[in-house]
Design a binder for this molecule. Structure first.
Ligand code: 13P
Length: 341
């Protein structure tokens, strides 16, 4: 393992003013997104949609440091025969790959999930590296509800995350370690903070036990936010202050960067929260976005599966990428949103 090189990639993934495009929706998830815009989820449509994103010159060259791909996409070619992964490399962004194989019910723990995909992972990583992937992603899912999460769910998911991360580093691939605490419930921000803190602490404990080099990874956490169904929503300032406090308490400064998931926040909330955190700086690690929905909802709507809308889709994507790029430096303002709209 070449840790200097892993650290160089991890640092580039969280370069100032840039963040990660999570375009790694599984077949089931992209179908849901396409259903919402009335587009059939065929292989060709998925290719056309992602080709549109990766050919968005302004976004890709200025605001996107890396792209997380789904297995299908990393082997797909653009319409003119260029591998999609080459489009990403040519834009200057780093290609990455989602390597977990989704979740399964966790035995003895009703309502809880464990992420699977460790079997044969070493072999798969080797193929992905040869294809050009320089980082990977594994997402663990922790739900908050009555009596959950259990310590069992937190432990097994942290263990799997660390197993995955160690295998990645051995394959010269930077692991994005993503323990996502869902924002689906009716809990308040303090409950989210308390659970996320437990999850992060257990995750870093496992990473150490399994000898993962913190200098060669990126953390992808949720922010501390109230559940979507909570009557008590927190202000932008409260989310920023509590999230930064939580991360400072849990994430060693050896970690080069933290890149948030959006998790169901609205586009502008996700941007405003990241921006507000940078107002609290200086921070011990790079802090940026690794958004799926909060970067793609607008371009998906603008595109709606029509070739004549590709330019509009690219404009919508570039706009969100630019807003988040500014937020990643604390330079975003609400009026920039209004001006563009
Ligand atoms: P969202 O930003 O839509 O939560 O997706 C990010 C991601 O990669 C979740 O695994």
């Amino acid at each position: 393992m070449n840790l200097t090189e892993l650290n160089r990639i991890a640092t580039a993934m969280v370069a100032s003013g840039k963040g990660i495009l999570a375009a790694d929706e599984s077949s089931g998830t992209i179908k849901k997104r396409f259903d919402a815009i009335g587009v059939e989820s065929t292989e060709a449509n998925r290719r056309d949609y992602r080709e549109m994103l990766f050919r968005s010159k302004e976004a890709m060259s200025q605001y996107i440091s890396g792209v997380i791909l789904f297995d299908e996409t990393i082997w797909q070619d653009a319409k003119d025969g260029t591998p999609l992964i080459r489009l990403i490399e040519e834009s200057g962004a780093i290609p990455g790959i989602k390597v977990d194989e989704g979740t399964q019910a966790l035995p003895m723990c009703p309502g809880e999930l464990v992420t699977v995909g460790l079997d044969k992972l070493a072999e798969r990583l080797k193929k992905y590296y040869e294809r050009g992937a320089r980082f990977a992603k594994w997402r663990a899912v922790i739900d908050i509800g009555s009596g959950i999460p259990s310590m069992t769910a937190i432990s097994v998911n942290a263990h799997a995350l660390a197993r995955y991360a160690a295998l990645c580093q051995a394959a010269q691939i930077v692991p994005i370690v993503e323990p996502e605490v869902l924002m689906d419930g009716d809990h308040d921000i303090d409950r989210c903070l308390e659970v996320t803190q437990r999850v992060l602490n257990k995750t870093f404990q496992e990473l150490r036990v399994q000898r993962v080099a913190l200098e060669g990874m990126v953390l992808k956490p949720n922010m501390a936010v109230a559940g979507k169904k909570s009557a008590k929503q927190a202000s932008v300032e409260e989310v920023a202050e509590k999230t930064v406090r939580m991360l400072k308490a849990c994430v060693p400064a050896a970690v080069p960067g933290i890149a948030f998931l959006s998790g169901g926040q609205s586009d502008e909330e996700a941007t405003a929260h990241l921006n507000a955190m940078h107002k609290l700086g200086p921070l011990p690690w790079g802090l940026t976005f690794s958004y799926g929905r909060a970067l793609q909802a607008a371009p998906q709507k603008a595109w709606s599966g029509k070739a004549e809308n590709v330019a509009a889709g690219q404009r919508a994507f570039s706009h969100r990428a630019r807003m988040n790029g500014l937020a990643a430096k604390g330079e975003w303002t609400n009026s920039l949103e209004k001006k563009a709209a």
